[in-house]
Design a binder for this molecule. Structure first.
Ligand SMILES: [Zn+2]
Length: 956
């Protein structure tokens, strides 16, 4: 099969039809977007997932009758392309090798890559070509890059708006930082695309002699419960001068502090062992506690010294217990026996010592138990939300933990007994330049104030209102909003737009990419050269996006014809808001959340995004894709080797939204074969009507209705794996059964039915595999292109439940015969089938209606059956009830209800159709009797064992 030319043929047809070019019209619109790509490399198979999901969505909505806009832009802004150009200038052989062998960039192009723009332009065209080849239904008239002059004007306007609203502030805040580049870092700048998130710890200053012994904690309020502090006796600590104090910390901590706006001088060392047994003064408390040894203390966490609150921290409790057991090792520490937990928080559900409760519950044995982490989290959360401080906490008594946490921190900071330490949540995070990232307190920089409580509250409430798929990701968004804080929004280098009020700064790439979906409605006019950056001062965007100002006056200020200005505004108002935004899960902690924040800040509510759809990543043969694994397949290579549709299906069929999809060659080949077989089949069928429908015709048409119903439902929930499974595999086996039945009856009039159901099936497949579907549609002889066909309607009244049950009975009976032959290994000469006596059929009906209504008590069912004249014969076979209940319970709810709805079916009559199938399959004849037939052939007394829907089978 020549996929390349087949794809080319249909691509041309789509282009001629201009079907994906979308302008406002009188239909309902649907605006679907995906995060635009960053062109510093070609796309690989993994990138294909989000775009394919969005394309399926776009194509599906189009078939439902929506006027669908699916546009694409390119994100040039930021530092990575700049860094790449620098590495090319430096003749970085590893990078040049990647360009040559993996990306197959021509040599003359590589030479030009010393200029960042050339890199971006090259990969931009490469990515675009791949998207076109994948069959994405994109309106390319709206394409742009983020360094286009009008786009810059748009970003200046956005930043002006944010500043006006006081959402951009100048200040001193912590940021993720590359010490080598001296630049803040975000996801785009790090290896492996990790967003550097961090946590604020309170440093509490204990004092010993002339030294400050600092401990970092998330729970400053527990200072009142401190019984000792922990050091790791194996560590060598550094003695450092911090401003005008002398601190003892690990060397990792000393390095972190250097980026915290502190002057640090290294003075010497001290071992953990030296500290053990010394006593420290507890701040704000008039007493001293011991320094004790513990192995759970890690050098990279906090200061490498930990305050111990055994009543509320399971680690501390356990370490203390361990030490008491091991006291012979520390002859000088006899005082340990007197160290007792000091409870300071009361929480419902916990006794005096919550740690002890948790240790018992999680069955923890010593301080190295992995379950301690879980126990700690549980106490932390329960006390935070439900705990109150007890009387021994001075002026904080009776306060809730959540209140006291902040107040104690403030109080200790004021008394100079505390400080703040920021720590990356994940370590190490490396910048693309190779340096390890840190948290830096950046002074006098421009920040987007994502800490603003009012702004946060609005975002939370919209997140709880908007559609988010899958639902389980909603909470993740709320968590991000909670921890998000001031974000440095400008850089000193990189491509991008200058900060309008401070031209020394360039707006960074995760801040200039949050409301650009609105720009797609304008880009078309820019590309047509109807407007330029001369025509787009701030008032232009005010008018288009916010409907501010009068048409005449704005038009004259912008030097635009009023009709054009009005047309652009109408176009924006028609397409906005975004109806669905698709993205990978990695963008939840940054881009997607910023996208919501900024829309809420800038636009009125009617333009806030309606839905976000989040997907997981793609694995290659079960492994994470990465350059170091050498398992990255550029998308265009994959298309050349397998065809676009096979890749689309392989990516979609292996996983539901949030799961990781697995791309493997075997699966792709299997799918390709399947498509090719389907293409063959489609050439065989001719349309035509049948005068009288046979039972199997009614059945396959019913199955088709069910297929339409459940596939539509699955796609609406973006459960595309499930939808594809229904269309490709489940319905395939229905078709096989249908064909077998029709052929066994020696019919030659059913091509029309196959044509009809295949056409519907192909149209439902077209959003997923558009090229193959067009070809099938045309081979079936249908008019027009399938992409433009209407999504099939579901007609519940067309479902013939009786034919569904009848065919199931036939199918199951044939299966049972096959299994018996397989197990007994006999060569069958004669097959006899027995259907149930009438009283069993009646009993079955009663049992079924009881089970459907929730009654499964066997004894009760038997009693009520015996009480009834029609079914009193049950006495002869009490086992019948239990078996029947089990039969029914093993079926789906849907199946039970369907059987309950249709009532009695004439099994004997239905099974008489079995003969043609048995003849076709085994070359012998079969006979059917009812258990109650007087003159039945029943040498082995088999008929006794028959049950409704479970006929007895005798094979001789
Ligand atoms: Zn760096």
């Amino acid at each position: 099969m020549e996929w390349t030319s087949l794809e080319e043929k249909w691509r041309q047809r789509w282009e001629e039809e201009k079907y994906f070019e979308t302008d406002p019209n009188s239909n309902k619109k649907f605006f679907v977007t995906v995060a635009y790509p960053y062109p510093n490399s070609p796309q690989h198979v993994g990138h294909g997932r989000t775009y394919t999901l969005a394309d399926v969505h776009a194509r599906f909505m189009r078939m439902l009758g929506y006027n669908v806009l699916f546009p694409m832009g390119f994100h040039y802004t930021g530092t990575p392309i700049l860094g790449m150009a620098r590495r090319v200038q430096d003749n970085d052989t590893k990078l040049l090798e990647t360009f040559r062998t993996l990306y197959k960039v021509p040599e003359d192009k590589i030479k030009e890559f010393v200029e960042p723009i050339k890199i971006a332009d090259y990969f931009h065209q490469e990515i675009k070509a791949g998207m076109i080849e994948m069959g994405y239904s994109i309106d390319w008239r709206r394409e742009f890059t983020t360094i286009d002059p009008v786009y810059s004007k748009f970003i200046e306007w956005q930043f002006g708006k944010l500043k006006e609203k006081n959402l951009i502030i100048q200040g001193t805040h912590p940021v993720g930082w590359c010490p080598k580049d001296q630049n803040p870092v975000s996801q785009h700048d790090t290896q492996g695309d990790v967003e550097p998130s961090f946590t604020e710890y309170t440093i509490i200053k204990f004092r010993y002699d002339k030294y400050v012994i600092p401990t970092a904690t998330l729970r400053p309020e527990t200072i009142f419960g401190v019984t000792n502090i922990w050091v790791n006796p194996e560590f060598v600590y550094e003695i450092i001068q911090v401003d005008n104090e002398t601190w003892i910390v690990t060397s990792e901590c000393a390095r972190k502090l250097e980026f915290h706006n502190k002057t640090i001088t290294r003075l010497g060392n001290m071992t953990g062992k030296d500290l053990v047994g010394k006593k420290v003064q507890v701040p704000e408390r008039n007493d001293q506690v011991l320094i004790l040894p513990a192995s759970f203390v890690k050098s990279g966490n906090g200061t490498g010294i930990v305050m111990s609150v055994p009543a509320h921290a399971p680690f501390d409790y356990q370490a203390l217990e361990d030490l008491k057991k091991d006291i012979t090792k520390y002859p000088n520490l006899s005082e340990i026996q007197d160290v007792k937990a000091i409870p300071i928080i009361q929480t419902e559900g916990y006794g005096q010592i919550p740690s002890l409760d948790a240790i018992t519950k999680f069955q923890i044995e010593d301080q190295n138990s992995p379950k301690l982490e879980e126990a700690t989290k549980e106490i932390y959360s329960k006390e935070f939300y439900g705990g109150r401080l007890t009387q021994n906490t001075g002026k904080f008594a009776n306060k809730t933990v959540s209140e006291a946490k902040e107040e104690v921190k403030k109080w200790m900071l004021q008394g100079k007994n505390a400080d703040i330490l920021y720590e990356l949540n994940e370590t190490p995070i490396r910048c693309r330049c190779g340096a390890e990232c840190v948290v830096k307190i950046l002074s006098n920089q421009w920040f987007l104030n994502y800490s603003d409580p009012e702004w946060k509250a609005k975002v939370h409430s919209w997140i709880n209102e908007m559609k988010i798929l899958p639902e389980e990701i909603r909470n993740e968004f709320n968590n991000v909003v909670d921890w998000l804080r001031e974000r440095a929004c400008a850089r000193q280098h990189g491509l991008g737009t200058k900060l309008p009020w401070d031209k020394n700064w360039i707006i960074e790439s995760l801040s200039d990419s949050v409301i650009y979906m609105a720009y797609y409605t304008i880009a078309k006019y820019v590309n047509n050269k109807e407007i330029t950056s001369e025509n787009t001062p701030d008032v232009f965007f005010d008018y288009i996006f916010l409907n501010k100002g009068s048409l005449e006056s704005i038009a004259s200020q912008c030097k635009i014809a009023p009709e054009l200005l009005e047309k652009i505004k109408n176009e924006f108002q028609y397409f906005y808001p975004v109806n669905a935004r698709h993205s990978g899960r990695d963008l939840v902690p940054n881009h997607l959340t910023f996208f919501i924040f900024n829309h809420i800040a800038i636009f009125p509510k009617q333009y806030w995004p309606e839905e976000i759809v989040v997907n997981g990543s793609v694995l290659m043969d079960g492994k994470k894709m990465s350059k170091s694994e050498g398992n990255i397949i550029p998308l265009r290579d994959a298309i050349r080797n397998h065809g676009a549709d096979s890749i689309r299906l392989a990516i979609l069929i292996s996983a539901e939204l949030l799961q990781d999809a697995d791309f493997n060659q075997e699966a792709v080949k299997g799918i390709k074969n399947k498509l090719e077989n389907m293409l063959e089949e489609c050439s065989k069928y001719q349309s035509g009507n049948i005068v009288k429908l046979e039972q199997e015709d009614k059945w396959i048409k019913s199955k088709m209705e069910q297929l339409v119903h459940k596939t539509t439902f699955s796609i609406q929930k973006m459960r595309l794996r499930e939808a594809l499974h229904f269309i490709l595999y489940e319905f395939e086996s229905d078709l096989q059964w249908y064909t077998k039945r029709a052929l066994a009856k020696k019919r030659n009039d059913f091509s029309g039915i196959l044509h009809e159901v295949s056409s519907i099936r192909v149209s439902m497949m077209s959003p997923f595999a558009p090229y193959a579907s067009e070809e099938m549609w045309s081979r079936l002889g249908n008019a027009g292109i399938v992409s433009k066909s209407t999504w099939p309607d579901y007609h519940e009244n067309m479902i013939d439940f009786e034919s569904i049950q009848s065919e199931n009975l036939l199918k199951n009976t044939i299966e049972d015969i096959k299994n018996i032959i397989k197990v007994t290994k006999i060569t069958p000469k004669k097959i006899t089938i027995y259907t149930s006596a009438q009283w069993k059929v009646k009993a079955y009906q009663k049992i079924l209606s009881k089970v459907v209504s929730g009654e499964v008590n066997i004894g009760a069912i038997i009693r009520s059956l015996i009480a009834d004249k029609e079914t009193e014969e049950i006495k002869k076979d009490p086992d019948f009830v239990k078996k029947t209940v089990n039969d029914i319970l093993s079926e789906s709810q849907e199946e039970r209800e369907s059987k309950n709805r249709i009532g009695l079916i004439d099994e004997k009559k239905i099974l008489s159709e079995l003969d043609s199938l048995v003849q076709a399959e085994f070359g012998i004849t079969s006979q059917v009797f009812s258990e109650s037939d007087q003159d039945k052939y029943d040498p082995k007394n088999k008929s006794r064992t028959s049950r409704p829907y479970k006929p007895a089978i005798l094979i001789e």
